[in-house]
Design a protein around this ligand. Sequence first.
Ligand code: ADP
Ligand code: MG
Length: 911
Amino acid sequence: MAGYPSEYELDVVLRDGGVARFRPIRPDDSGRLKDFFEALGPESRYFRFFRIKETLSEEEVAFFTQVDYSDRMALVATLDDAVIGVGRYDRAEPAAVIAEVAFAVVDEHQGRGIGTQILQLLTKHARDGGVEHFRAYVLGENRQMMRVFRNSGYELTRTIDSGVFTVDFPTVESEGSLAAEAEREKRAIAASLLPLFFPRSVAVIGASNNPDSIGGKLFNNLLRESLTGPLYPVNPTSKVVHSVRAYQSILEVPDVVDLAYIVVPSRFVLDVARQCAEKGVRGLVVISAGFSEVGPQGAELEKELLDIVRSSGMRMVGPNCMGLLNTAPSIRLNGTFGPVFPPAGNVAMSSQSGALGIAILDYATRNNIGISQFVSVGNKADVSANDLILSWEDDPATDVITLYVESFGNPRKFSRIARRIGRSKPIIAVKSGRTAAGSRAASSHTGALASSETAVRALFTQAGVIRVDTIEELFDAASLLASQPIPRGTRVGVITNAGGPGILAADALEDHGLVLPELSLELQERIGSVLPPAASTRNPVDLIASGGPDEFAHATREVLNSGEVDSLIVIYVPTSPEGADRVAEALRTCQDSYEGDIALLSVFMDASGKAGTKLAGEPRSIPTYLFPEAAALALARAVRHGKWRQRDPGLEVQLDPDATDSIRRVIDSALDRIGDDGGWLEPDEVDACLRAAGLRTPETAVAVGRDQAIATAREIDGPVVLKVLAESALHKSDVGGVVLNVQGDEEVGTGYDQVTAVADDVDGVLVQEFIPKGHEVLIGMAQDSNFGPLVGFGLGGIYVELLKDVSLRIHPITDVDASEMVRETKAFRLLEGYRNQPQGDVAALEDALQRISGLISVMPELVEMDLNPVKVLEPGLGICVVDARMRVEPMGPDELPTMKDLPGVASPTSV
Ligand code: ADP
Ligand code: MG
């Protein structure tokens, strides 16, 4: 179909957690459209057509289903291949900037957010196509439709005439519309996962009498914790499973089933999933393996499984996972086949590795760390870590989110939501392996630099994600953040009964950039009043070996109430058999009567771990560690996180719609030419994108042959630069393929001979305006498997990789980011005018970085880019990009996209 915009085919999670498919209308929808019209109630029909309408004529059906996707656009929402909603817009005349919009949803699906989604998609399509205003006519009594318009967050104006509202609104995104959308996304995802975490009833398909089989273990676990709802074993050959009456198929279960665990061999999974869809099951947890993890055939099977899940509106965890559990007392869902059910608590966990998941639950249980929900996401065909994070954002039982991740399916989305959620709930991640950016994009400088370990760490910090190296460190940080306030600053107090551990703590704290301030004399006196003269009241406070529960309680209380530190570590080295217990009790009492916001941590150098049990519980647990170094590291992470929360995120630049349009046109035609494997953009395409984004490039033309090169050079004012165009000469000057500053026919001719002699596959030369002077810097971009696009800035030219003087940030780059990036490199010294060098236009450079980020926002297909060099001219003269390369790849299938993941939709500035 000509012009059919297939990027508008998407599955969307609705307000109530169901899933519907949205796509542009097609001519073959005529039958479905007639059925839809039949299904519309009389009232809806009246609202839509402003009169009682019984049937649609053939002409009407043809008119509605055949659109040009430009002046006339229509979208449908479908469920089980039936159309349940339709929306359209029509321009008053071709290419008009105003269009009339209308939509209708069948009665039984109203109120689910389908109208809102249709409107959202139509608005985006219209905006991209140059429609600036929407107008809708709404009957006064049609409250439902008015609500959809209001909830969209667009800036509406309404007028009423004879009972009909005229609603007008600009199609441009506003802060209101973006915020409304982020809120919708979060609610919808959370609602869709509710039947998985709080099912009214659960079935285990493949429940087995063999207690050693996975189906046996899982079923026994669910039984053992006395799941609050009914539990139904499904087994085709046994009438009874572990004393519970079993059913041959899920269709025979005489009750609604919200959640079904599937533990059958992979070849049966599709049939079983179809039966679940028929039964009206809302959530699946597919434990069975044999899918994409085993190769292409498995991947095909997984695709079919996902299709069943999506088209019936279910959600699915897995396949190839160990299950999911929820410790909430109202449900007690022990839905994994592992041996432990952890204590209830406020830490949520998503694990990409099943085996590790078991170890994690075991560790948490042994260390008294309470879990709210745990999900082993397996192959993440449907439910991803991103979905879980969104659902935990507003979950009252969860205060800290922990992740074991190997890869993110949608890194752009991860960094967008992590940055928002991290402001209220810390996200801690154990990330295995290094970032893939290096291996994928090694041909760009930025890619090579981004793979370094320090860069990865910095990037997690930028997103506000606390990155740890081991499971132990994960829980060290989680137990602190789950129980204590985030420290407001870097000042730490240490109280100990032995000098050695005090010094170890002080050293470790200082290594992490924390400080141990000298305590005031008044405070030292108050602490010292109950201590023997040999004790030290400086920081660390050393109570010496005679220090028991009373001395610890006294000193702790004094330091907590002094406000002279932001956090306090109390270290106890056992001096008697009951010592640890009694000191723990003393600390417990201090904590119970303390309401301030100084974080309290404890170290009990006692391997029995008994003190920890005393320190757990309401209103605040005190995290406990075996060694001072572990406490110092956990504390340093919390402090860094606190700093991140206090930082002003800044504002980002968004390109205007005209710029976006012309960039999209360039990319779309380039992708047609390049094909599915992706490839490099042509120089003129690169130039067009950069200019549209508002970046200066030199006057440039491609010339083929000596004569044309000379002719082209004549048309450019002043001296020129000649650069060879040849596939083999990626880095042109390395092979002698660049001559600078030539003028006049003779020089140009000689230059031409020179640069074309260096390769056998010469396609032509670039003839370019010569830009004298200027500092040479690099701006680059590479895709990262954790965070999506990264933007790098540093000193340009041939020494980039040698000097590693590059600062990296996750896209999008705000004004605050740009300013920091420029200032944290050595290149900045040069731009400031080092040793009589001319200064550079730093303001223009910061602006350029933000514009590049704006460009990346509208080019999700961009996988790597090197602008090297960008010439930074003297203040007031701006910058000029003299060499640029961009590589694009078509976007692959992804997890459930939302509007913001579509091309041309940027994330709100508040995240
Ligand atoms: P490559 O990176 O493939 O070797 P460039 O286009 O970056 O090729 O050119 C090499 C060097 O030539 C640049 O680093 C810059 O110093 C200089 N140069 C390139 N184009 C221009 C120009 N238009 N004006 C001034 N100097 C230029
Ligand atoms: Mg270059």
